[in-house]
Design a protein around this ligand. Structure first.
Ligand code: 4AZ
Length: 482
């Protein structure tokens, strides 16, 4: 977290905090409707204490080994036969090779990076309760939450549209089942009914068991009989349970940002992250570069700490799920989800942040907060041992894309925040950490610290992954792990 005057030296785009900063220095469902998207994550499963280091990256099917020992053949017939065999071999590899090899890597190599690639060649009906694709990905991501009331929407396969759900006959069992469907299994936190004249809507029609998919027990209806729809929150998120006062300055008080974690590799802080559920942490995809980032067993998550020299809790990581669309050149889709080996216990120092609704807006100019253990100046060689915080303002994307700022590099999955005059920003080591905005009495994860040119420079604000654009991916991944 950099809160000093902008530097005069010139360094290029900050690379991710790699190699990790040892604490002492270096050694889609379309949002508005249409079909649900098919998300295909990279999975990095935990295979025990020391998974083998890995190699394969996205859809990199192992290349067939070339046979260099080609013997000299005398007869022209033998030569022709060999040529024919080679041609057939090449054709077979091109036609079936990548599928064959990618299947091998996902099923036979626990602990290695397996690309869960699923392609359904047959026609697929999304969200009708019937798993058309082998892993059932066509039935994932069929539930979402809308607006500040967090009204429930379910994708209706008949109308091929997202629809609100009437509160008639809705019970807490339905709420719990819905939350567990999106991967948050401790039971729903809040269910309410809000007025809506929306049309068409969905009505509860059937009974429910623990494995029922919500999309199978709802039926379209022109309107809600009582004009009320379900509003649902799956956790009591984004609030502080601490009574301690803020002391001022930029060092954060215990319990002020209870969703902040330190993500560590071999016990050194590398990135920040945000608790969103007892077993789930959101961070940045760029925290996991190929070379060693995929050694799941070396990563730990430290929640409830404001000082890296005093770590009260450490959790091992069970699975690292990188957004499959993450692009390390453009920083687009810079988001990852970590599944912890065991759930964290909420308390004064550990709380989840709220995930925003997919259509929640955080208007430009809103003052939000960033926190992290990142460098306190661009030229520093170490991260901060104390958790730092700063208030930043959300910056309009068109403005951020202007020629003197980031000239077009800001995609729809990004959000600029900071101070255009410089002096206040996130920095290396803050990556993956939270940009949270308070709405009423709750803090929402609006952004994930991602990149920027330098730190705290004039006209080079921090760039954050825009969570509203990625929240359906998060739910879908958690659902798939359920
Ligand atoms: C980084 O490399 C990083 N000034 C994070 C944030 C910013 C720059 C770099 C924004 O982790």
């Amino acid at each position: 977290m950099d809160a000093r005057p902008p530097p005069y030296s010139s360094v290029g785009v900050q690379p991710p905090a790699y190699p990790p900063y040892p604490q002492g220095g270096y050694p889609q469902h379309p949002q508005g409707g249409g079909k649900p998207p098919s998300y295909q994550p990279y999975y990095i499963p935990n295979a025990g204490p020391s998974p083998p280091p890995v190699v394969a990256h996205h859809s990199s099917a192992p290349q067939p080994k070339r046979n260099s020992s080609q013997k000299r053949c005398c007869g022209i017939v033998t030569l022709l036969v060999v040529c024919l065999c080679v041609a057939v071999g090449i054709w077979l590899i091109v036609r079936f090779g990548s599928k064959f090899f990618s299947n091998m890597s996902s099923s036979n190599n626990p602990g290695s990076t397996s690309t869960v690639q699923e392609t359904c060649y047959q026609s697929v009906t999304y969200c009708n309760g019937i798993k058309d694709c082998p892993s059932g990905s066509d039935e994932l991501g069929c539930v979402r939450f809308s607006g500040e009331n967090s009204t429930l929407q379910v994708y209706d396969w008949k109308d091929q549209a997202w629809e609100l759900v009437c509160s008639n006959n809705w019970t807490s069992t339905f709420s719990d089942r819905t939350c567990s469907q999106v991967g948050i299994s401790k039971g729903a936190f809040y269910t309410g009914a809000v007025s809506s004249s929306s049309s068409p809507v969905l009505l509860v029609k059937g009974n429910i068991s623990p494995s029922t998919l919500m999309q199978t027990i709802l039926t379209p209806s022109p309107q809600c009989p009582k004009g009320q729809v379900v509003s649902l929150m799956c956790s009591d998120c984004g609030t502080r349970k601490s009574t301690s006062r803020i002391v001022g300055g930029v060092i954060a008080a215990q319990g002020k940002w209870p969703w902040q974690i330190s993500l560590q590799y071999a016990n050194s802080h590398v990135c920040g992250g945000t608790i969103i559920a007892p077993q789930w942490v959101v961070t940045a995809a760029h925290c996991f570069p190929d070379e060693y980032g995929q050694n799941v067993g070396k990563w730990t998550v430290c929640p409830g700490t404001i000082n890296l020299n005093n770590i009260p809790n450490k959790f091992s990581v069970n699975k690292i799920i990188l957004n499959e669309q993450y692009d390390d050149k453009t920083h687009d889709y810079d988001i990852a989800l970590l599944k912890l080996s065991s759930p964290v216990q909420y308390g004064v120092s550990i709380q989840p942040a709220c995930l925003p609704s997919f259509d929640q807006t955080f208007p430009e100019g809103t003052t939000c907060s960033i926190s992290g253990f990142g460098k306190t100046s661009e030229t520093s060689t170490t991260v901060s041992t104390a958790l730092m915080e700063a208030s930043v303002q959300l910056i309009n994307t068109d403005m951020c894309n202007s020629a003197n700022i980031y000239s077009g590099a800001i995609t729809d999955r990004m959000l600029c925040a900071g101070k255009l005059s410089g002096g206040l920003d996130s920095c290396q080591g803050d990556s993956g950490g939270p940009l949270v905005c308070q709405v009423k009495d709750r803090w929402y994860l609006a952004g994930v610290t991602s990149w920027g040119v330098g730190c705290a420079r004039k006209n080079k604000p921090g760039v954050y992954s825009r969570v509203t654009e990625l929240v359906q991916w998060l739910y879908k991944m958690m659902e798939a792990e359920n």
